[in-house]
Ligand binder design. Structure first.
Ligand code: AMP
Ligand code: MG
Length: 331
């Protein structure tokens, strides 16, 4: 009798410390998103609303988003949330010396990545559109944005990472201590798994449908940018959706994919795009001069490199185990 009572107590205690998983799948921001929280249902429902609100405000194509309004009239007042993302995005443009440039949209559009009407613009067209690209000419005072003549904003390179930060904050506020936020390759692992082990987040192999490997993390974003994610081919040449703001052409830095791991989703998202543009050498230097993130880089030749903070955390898949994984070190 006493044993049965002790057992019942143990069962109650166990179920008390492992709340049930609540999940939702959402199609938004051009991708399939999967949310899981070990905690109250309202936490996940709140996250779904947050995603739709963010999309309505930030979409560059939706007619009356904050961004479309600003682009249509050269500036104006935006929502406080949009302003705070814009502020962080401009800091990241500066940090990456313009490899991330949220004013590169005229070129993204000219290459057809907005509509899917892909084309290769001529030299002259690229040259004249490049004159409009300069994040440093964008001003933000309070919630008021001013754009130089002809400039257009696009927060597509940072929006999902930022949303993942917001969702993680909402989860924490709702008492969720464990959760996984997957915004289409833009992952945020909240806390640890309910069993106390780290989350294992897979990284896509840029050359196949399979995985390159996985990283074991907790309280961390894992964000990948790669040429394989969106591209078109013309006359045997592949053109990807990440534009090098220095040339106005799809980035061709020798990297096939870039994964950034760190606590802040928006930083990881912005850097994944920027590092894809910068290439191996500039990326290694950026990593050495800054903290708060680690990198997994795959070169066009198939070489895999990780920064030293991931040395014990990155687990390659079998196909990559034979090949050497190079470690980028601080000195
Ligand atoms: P991501 O998938 O996070 O790497 O972001 C790529 C998206 O950001 C593209 O689809 C464009 O909308 C936009 N973009 C492309 N190149 C750049 C760039 N160099 N800086 C900022 N945004 C860019
Ligand atoms: Mg990005």
């Amino acid at each position: 009798m006493r044993r049965a009572f002790a057992l019942a107590l143990a069962v109650i205690a166990l179920s008390g410390c492992a709340p049930r998983a609540q999940s939702s799948t959402v199609f938004a921001m051009d991708t399939v998103m999967e949310l899981t929280a070990y905690g109250p249902r309202q936490a996940v429902d709140g996250a779904v609303s947050l995603i739709h609100e963010a999309e309505d405000r930030l979409s560059v194509t939706a007619e009356d988003s904050d961004i479309a309004r600003v682009n249509g009239s050269g500036g104006g007042e935006v929502d406080g949330d949009t302003a705070s993302l814009l502020k962080r995005a401009l800091e990241l443009c500066k940090l990456t010396d313009g490899a991330l440039d949220i004013t590169v949209y005229p070129l993204v559009r000219a290459w057809g990545f907005t509509t899917g009407a892909y084309r290769v613009p001529g030299e002259e067209e690229i040259g004249s559109l490049l004159e409009k690209v300069d994040y440093s000419a964008v001003t933000l005072e309070g919630n008021t944005v001013t754009l130089p003549e002809g400039a257009l904003l696009d927060l597509g390179a940072v929006a999902k990472g930022w949303v993942s930060d917001r969702i993680a904050a909402g989860f924490r506020e709702a008492g969720v201590r464990s959760g996984l936020i997957n915004l289409g390759g833009n992952v945020m692992a909240l806390g640890k798994k309910p069993d106390g082990s780290d989350w294992s987040v897979g990284i896509r192999d840029p050359f196949s449908e399979g995985l390159l490997g996985a990283v074991s993390v907790r309280d961390s974003a894992v964000v990948t940018s790669g040429g394989y994610q969106r591209y078109f081919e013309e006359n045997g040449v592949r053109y990807c959706h990440i534009i090098d703001p220095r040339t106005g052409r799809p980035a061709d830095s020798g990297l096939a994919s870039v994964t950034v791991v760190g606590a802040e989703g928006v930083l990881c998202d912005g850097l994944s795009t920027a590092v894809y543009v910068m290439g191996l050498e500039a990326a290694s230097q950026l990593w050495r001069e800054n903290s708060g993130f680690e990198l997994v880089l795959v070169t066009d030749g198939g070489e895999v490199l990780v920064t030293e903070g991931l040395e014990d955390v990155f687990k390659p898949m079998d196909v990559y185990k034979d090949g050497e994984i190079r470690v980028i070190r601080r000195d």
